[in-house]
Design a protein around this ligand. Structure first.
Ligand code: G3P
Ligand code: MG
Length: 362
């Protein structure tokens, strides 16, 4: 069915359309590739129709993630066509500017707390983006167990956490970091889904309520800037029903901040689908890919010929529609018939049907 349908338009001009594919619930479920995902991506590679992968997932470098996806989908996926939850951070915030705040001594801190992913994986991602001074909740926990008494991190896991000996904490009751400015930070980047919500929420809230990012202090003043790179309330893995996503973690942090600060609302910045910042970034990646495959000087694509294929109406379809792209909602992930569709242009059984539709549409 797939090859027959697509072959109908052998004369298809590969510069006349493009795709943006969501990953979880479209190409893969959990750690398993969907057959339709393999078929669709392998075919587009063979006919050189430009596409990008646009996911709210993250936690690995783009190189590591595309190496994993190339294995799963059994075809080559270059790292520069992958836009993850945190990829736009790479160019949006110059690591030397995002947190250009002077501390009391006029000393420029450029240290960020990076949250999410397994152990220190997101610290490596932040460093690949140019952040030189990165701290993670698990590093702080490794130096001061009292900061979160319920963590399940084992001693063996803690020993694997790099640079955990960066700080000293006054031991015993009232353990707080000393000297405090050893662990001052200037910004919080929540890259992807935390693995230990309790520890990560506790450390994030400690910093948000601190005096200008000095761990161990409390202030009613302005909190350090915080960026969430994924606002998915739920997402599709290989369980039958959608699972809580990073957006649920954000809700928890905002609610706790409001309760702990006596009613003050957290002022945060959110990127990722459906937000325009991420679609602006993705549109540039897609235009560059089209030029890479077919040369510069092409007329820009009609947005209605850019097919956003996703499984989550709240992120993929809402963002794609707002951007003027043609949106295809698939039934292989979060969405179920009868639920909110965010007015997707079309609903498809699978990503290969979605590719058929896009490539057969006159
Ligand atoms: O953390 C991954 C999840 O939030 C959604 O990923 O690929 O469906 O945008 P994706
Ligand atoms: Mg998805």
């Amino acid at each position: 069915a797939f090859s027959q349908c697509v072959n109908r338009r052998k004369s298809l001009d590969p510069t006349s359309l493009a795709f943006a594919f969501d990953i979880d619930g479209v190409l893969v479920r959990g750690k398993r590739a969907l057959d339709h995902g393999r078929q669709a991506i392998q075919h587009l590679n063979s006919v050189k129709v430009p596409y990008i992968l646009l996911t709210n997932g993250g936690g690995k470098t783009e190189r590591a993630r595309t190496e994993e996806l190339s294995r799963l989908l059994e075809t080559d996926i270059p790292e520069h066509i992958l836009v993850q939850s945190h990829t736009p951070i790479r160019s949006l915030f110059d690591p030397d500017v995002l947190v250009d705040r002077l501390d009391g001594k006029g000393k420029r801190h450029r240290r960020v707390l990076v949250v999410g992913g397994a152990a220190n994986s997101c610290a490596e991602v932040a460093k690949s983006y140019g952040y030189k001074d990165v701290v993670t909740p698990s590093q702080i926990y490794a130096a001061c167990r009292a900061i979160w008494p319920f963590s399940q991190l084992t001693e063996e896991q803690l020993l694997k956490i790099p640079e955990r000996q960066m700080w000293t904490f006054r031991a015993g009751p009232g353990a707080i970091p000393e000297p405090p400015d050893n662990v001052a930070i200037d910004g919080i980047l929540v890259f992807t889904d935390p693995r230990d919500w309790g520890l990560d929420a506790q450390v994030v809230l400690d910093y948000l309520r601190s005096d200008r990012g000095l761990l161990g202090t409390i202030s009613d003043g302005a909190h350090v800037p915080i960026f969430f790179c994924n606002d998915d309330l739920v997402f599709a893995n290989d369980y039958a029903q959608p699972r809580l996503g990073n957006g649920a973690f954000r809700e928890m942090v905002k609610s706790l901040y409001r309760r702990l600060s006596g009613g003050t609302e957290l002022v945060d910045t959110v990127i990722g689908k459906p937000y325009k910042t991420t679609y602006d970034y993705a549109a540039k990646v897609l235009a560059d890919r089209r030029a890479e495959l077919h040369g510069n000087g092409l007329p820009p694509l009609d947005p209605d010929r850019i097919y956003m294929v996703g499984d989550n109406p709240a992120s993929d379809i809402t963002g794609g529609r707002a951007y003027g792209w043609h949106t295809i909602l698939v039934r292989t992930g979060v969405f179920r018939d009868g639920q909110y569709t965010a007015d997707a242009n079309i609903i498809s059984d699978s990503v290969s049907d979605a590719v058929n539709y896009g490539m057969s549409r006159e």
